[in-house]
Design a protein around this ligand. Structure first.
Ligand SMILES: [Zn+2]
Length: 67
């Protein structure tokens, strides 16, 4: 009857997506809360919108905005 072992790995709706670093094109994993949204990757912070930040393996900071 209990069936909660099947998805032990997923926490809420947060998942990882892979984006390319805008400075060096390295694939970088980013944890996002809503994979249904569209994501825009920027090499700088904008003054609006919700975003996550990540660092590529070259140490560049990436801003990922969800629209
Ligand atoms: Zn980079």
């Amino acid at each position: 009857m209990p069936r909660e072992s099947s998805r032990a790995y997923s926490t809420d709706r947060s998942q990882e997506i892979e984006v390319a670093c805008p400075r060096c094109d390295r694939p970088t994993s980013v944890a996002v809360s809503d994979t249904d949204a569209e994501f825009v990757v920027r090499p700088y912070a904008a003054a609006f919108g919700e975003y996550n930040t990540a660092h590529c393996s070259n140490g560049h900071k990436i801003w990922i905005y969800s629209c």
